[in-house]
Write a protein that binds this ligand. Structure first.
Ligand SMILES: [Zn+2]
Length: 357
């Protein structure tokens, strides 16, 4: 409150009601500050270091919490000559809070995940971190950290390669990277137990059924993609194989989905109506099998096509298998780049897969 009469300026000590400095109040204030800072950061760091996530994600988390990632507001604060505009929405400055929480793109990513959009009204990045991350359970903290990392990867794809990742793609990438890492960590030595070896090696379908294996291959950042698919019967005999190639896709999950749709379309053209179809993309298989999956992105539309084809064909079972069990489809997908358009084989397999059959 301002005084009504003019008085001369003087220095006041704000931690005492009368504005007079006392050593006791200064000491008390110093202690309060130390407890506040140490308390917050210790809990936050403990939460971070307890997360079971890939080392690269933990390293990212450390840089994120220290606020030393090169977001534009940080570069600007260091007096670098950059135009600070969010690469996603183009209507706000890029800060930690905006990029990871408040941007409409970030909102769509959080909403596409199981986590929801948490505390978007936080006033500062620190407030968000302490309010949301620090108070989360271990599982949720891990999922959040993965999603934050995936958001940062999508941001870099946008900035450096002009590649837009649909929100569901960001969510799926977070989940895929975590699960791939957990799979590798949990992977036993070569002599695994019977149950695990069944999932890691290809197995024949039951009598009366066919099995189709599908895989995709993307060549770096060229946008060249290829797919391979192979059909075998309950004796493990080769029935047919196909490869296809195309371009304009740099997202491996999208490529897997395109290959999978191609394999289903191929099955329709062959009039196969009772089969198991396998892919080594767990996310794709989960999305195709999910009853509630809904996403308006390009990926979402292709998954919708796959689901429609499966329900039209009728007796189709869609399964995830490890990469090691998908070797023939993988070889076909890799080989597809040396052919243009489609490659088709019936009854007699192409020479380059014979050893793998
Ligand atoms: Zn934005």
């Amino acid at each position: 409150m301002l005084p009504v009469r003019a008085v001369s300026d003087k220095v006041c000590w704000k931690f005492e009601s009368k504005g007079r400095y006392t050593a006791k109040s200064a000491y008390r204030q110093l202690q309060n500050n130390r407890t506040a800072v140490a308390g917050t950061s210790t809990q936050l760091w403990q939460k971070l270091w307890n997360c079971m996530v890939p080392p690269k994600v933990l390293n990212f988390g450390w840089r994120l919490f220290r606020e030393i990632l090169p977001v534009l507001s940080i570069l600007q604060a260091r007096r670098m000559d950059v135009l600070n505009i969010c690469p996603h929405c183009h209507s706000n400055e890029e800060s930690f809070l905006h990029l990871f929480v408040q941007c409409p793109y970030a909102r769509n990513v959080w909403l596409a995940s199981d986590l929801g959009w948490l505390n978007p009204g936080a006033a500062t990045w620190k407030e968000w971190l302490t309010g949301v991350f620090q108070s989360a359970s271990k599982d949720r903290a891990e999922a959040m950290l993965m999603l934050l990392w995936s958001l940062w990867s999508a941001r870099n794809q946008k900035v450096w390669h002009h590649h837009h990742t649909p929100p569901m793609g960001v969510v799926l990438m977070a989940s895929r990277v975590l699960h791939e890492w957990l799979d590798v960590k949990a992977k036993p030595s070569v002599s695994s137990t019977h149950g695990e070896s069944a999932a890691r090696t290809w197995s024949r379908p039951p009598a009366g059924k066919l099995k189709i294996n599908s895989d995709a291959s993307v060549i770096g950042r060229t946008g060249m993609i290829g797919g391979g698919m192979v059909c075998r019967d309950s004796l493990g005999s080769f029935i047919a194989a196909r490869t296809w190639s195309g371009n304009g896709c740099m997202d491996s999950l999208l490529a897997e989905a395109l290959a999978f749709r191609e394999a289903l379309t191929w099955a329709v053209s062959k009039r196969w109506h009772s089969f198991i179809i396998e892919s080594d993309s767990k996310l794709l298989v989960n999305a195709v099998n999910s009853v509630s999956y809904s996403d308006d992105s390009q990926l979402g539309l292709i998954i919708f096509d796959c689901k429609s084809l499966i329900s039209e064909i009728g007796n189709v079972e869609c399964r995830f298998i490890y990469r090691s069990a998908n070797g023939v489809a993988h070889l076909l997908a890799t080989h597809s780049h040396s052919l243009s358009g489609y490659g088709d084989w019936e009854s007699v397999p192409p020479p380059f897969i014979v050893d793998q059959l």
